[in-house]
Design a protein around this ligand. Structure first.
Ligand code: SAM
Length: 300
């Protein structure tokens, strides 16, 4: 049928596909008729459906989905309907909170900057950082704003699409273009990190921020992360994987990072959480709620 043919459809008439059961879909704002030339909006939805391997649903079927992707004010947006209060997530590096962080975010003295070893005299794009768990790109944006050249890896096709859209829009923004040009995103499972680099492109630092269990404390502040915590296990389950990362997966992520970084691996953890399974960190940097565990990659 369509690119996402593995998913379940009910055909309601000769031309239209009505998605009845798939919990994650791409919204198409108009009736889908294969015999007619489609509009640019529908083509855009079809391309996204093919890239994310999700089925398309017409507007009047969206209430059946737990999550759907759509364009809101020309920004690719994930609507989370899996919870009582619907949440919309998009990646907008040009929004006020990112500009605010640029002005008041703490510069090179902030724990996140120290964790990746960013230095004020390296504003010439020479410090290469790989953010191997891209998420909503908030940490990657800080690295790029500190002058680092950042390769972001993200294995969820949905989150990858949101990141790509956010970076492309930021590259069109006069104020953000220089920062956005230092960010590149690749759709990849970071456990395949080693072997995907030329000698010259190897990152000095690999940064990891794997998902950790949702806590009540994070609930109020971070709606975007809560949506990821609901979406990603479902996405993994639908593609036949484990809903939650297990210790073996976390350890293999850490080992891949250690084999790739030329200098350092930094892992973000909640302040009281244990270190990732695997080799012990050689040090850590603490802030009130977060700890960055540091590993010397030259030992691996
Ligand atoms: C907690 S979020 C990262 C948040 C991010 N630091 C930020 O500032 O927005 C974790 C992300 O890592 C991604 N991820 C987890 N394991 C991965 C892997 N093995 N390869 C690539 N991405 C992975 C998840 O899909 C999720 O989007």
């Amino acid at each position: 049928m369509r690119a996402a043919a593995d998913h379940e459809y009910t055909i309601v008439n000769r031309n239209a596909l009505l998605v009845t059961r798939h919990p994650i879909v791409v919204a198409a704002s108009e009736f889908i008729d294969h015999r007619q030339t489609t509009s640019p909006d529908t083509r855009r939805a079809e391309e996204l459906a093919a890239a994310t391997c999700l089925p398309i649903a017409a507007d009047d079927q969206l209430h059946n989905a737990l999550f759907y992707l759509y364009w809101r004010d020309q920004k690719l947006t994930l609507r989370d309907q899996s919870t009582k209060n619907t949440v919309d997530i998009c990646i907008d590096f040009c929004a006020g909170k990112h500009k605010h962080r640029l002005q008041f975010g703490g510069g090179y003295g902030q724990p996140l900057a120290r964790a990746i070893n960013a230095k004020a005299n390296e504003t010439d794009n020479t410090h290469k950082v790989c953010d191997a768990t891209g998420g909503l790109g908030q940490d990657a944006f800080v690295f790029a704003s500190l002058g680092c050249q950042v390769v972001i890896l993200e294995r969820s096709p949905i989150i990858y699409a949101l990141l790509q859209d956010g970076i492309q829009r930021a590259q069109q923004d006069q104020e953000m273009v220089n920062i956005a040009q230092r960010m590149k995103v690749c759709p990849m499972d970071s456990r395949q990190l080693p072997g995907n680099w030329t000698e010259a492109s190897l990152p000095a630092t690999v940064y990891l921020d794997p998902m950790y269990p949702h806590t009540a404390k994070s609930a109020a502040a971070k709606k975007g992360m809560q949506t990821l915590q609901r979406l990603l296990p479902l996405e993994h389950q639908l593609s036949g994987g484990n809903p939650d990362p297990d210790a073996r997966e976390e350890q293999s992520l850490l080992l891949s990072a250690l084999q790739t970084a030329t200098q350092r691996v930094a892992v973000k953890r909640p302040v009281k959480a244990p270190a990732l399974p695997g080799p012990a960190p050689v040090g850590s940097i603490k802030s009130p709620n977060t700890r960055y565990d540091l590993y010397n990659a030259q030992d691996y």
